[in-house]
Design a protein around this ligand. Sequence first.
Ligand SMILES: Nc1ncnc2c1ncn2[C@@H]1O[C@H](COP(=O)(O)OP(=O)(O)O)[C@@H](O)[C@H]1O
Ligand SMILES: [Mg+2]
Length: 311
Amino acid sequence: MYAIVAESLVKTYGGVPALDGVSFEVDRGEVFGFLGPNGAGKTTTIKILTTLIKPTAGRAEVLGCDIYRMGHEIRRRIGVVQQQESYELNLSVEKALDLYGFIWGVPRSRRRELVDELLIRFGLSEVRKVKAGDLSIGMRRRLQVAREFMHDMELLFLDEPTIGLDPIVRRQTLDFIKSKAREGLTIFFTTHILEEAEYLCDRIAMINRGRIVVVDTPDNLKREFGKIRKVEMRAKHSIPDDFIMRLMADSSFDRVSRIDPQTVSVICSTPGEAIAQMLRLADKFRLEIVSIYAAEPTLEDVFIGIITSDA
Ligand SMILES: Nc1ncnc2c1ncn2[C@@H]1O[C@H](COP(=O)(O)OP(=O)(O)O)[C@@H](O)[C@H]1O
Ligand SMILES: [Mg+2]
């Protein structure tokens, strides 16, 4: 049985679609990554699946329970680390953890064990007596993620859990999540950081503007990304439209965009040839070039690269 089944989920806000027909399945025991830029619809998807909001259309089952009719059972069996802060700022770190376990009905002795373990695992031992409200943003985020492990669950939703964390703590947090996954916890994880998704996830769904672009294993996606490069060229003076049109007419470039009057970028699979071609063209147009280089594409570039090569 699947941990999550989402079928044609739509959510509109004032007529504007935040989700525009999202479908996917998550296996039990799987770490499933939802990867996409800001505004893609990641949080909206989590809110629907955790029954905080209702979709405008479509259906979904979480742990075999219908999101419309069995919200209570779903909420009892899942854990959620939301994107925004949601805890008592006046409580000390250890009290905040303990209270959360209490709310979930965890017995006192078990709570004590869990608090001690989580303080260590999340590097919060030194601030255990500090009020949550007095913590740095990174520490608060750690507390918010740690807190969720005060209770047992079958499926954990994490909405950009590593935002605000420095690289070392980020890695520790991902490793902790990974260890829980190995113990059999199913995880639905959102991020806008490609490397994080690669590090943690069995499969990744890429979402952009409320639509899933592709779902695959990190290995397969990497193979796809490996082919894509971005070449950016900056001229001393404004680049003529004709120059841009000539690049657009070249079928070896997936996408040509004018960044500003003097800068143009192309997405392609053979950056060496692209640079040679652009230099030849610049020569014809007597364009003076300030810089030209090939770079790793951003996530946005990758999405668009995949969409264009699909078309
Ligand atoms: N309560 C809301 N009212 C209006 N628009 C919203 C609301 N929540 C989200 N949106 C819009 O829906 C889109 C998706 O948002 P969200 O799911 O938060 O994206 P992500 O988490 O991927 O950054 C965005 O364009 C956002 O502005
Ligand atoms: Mg979000």
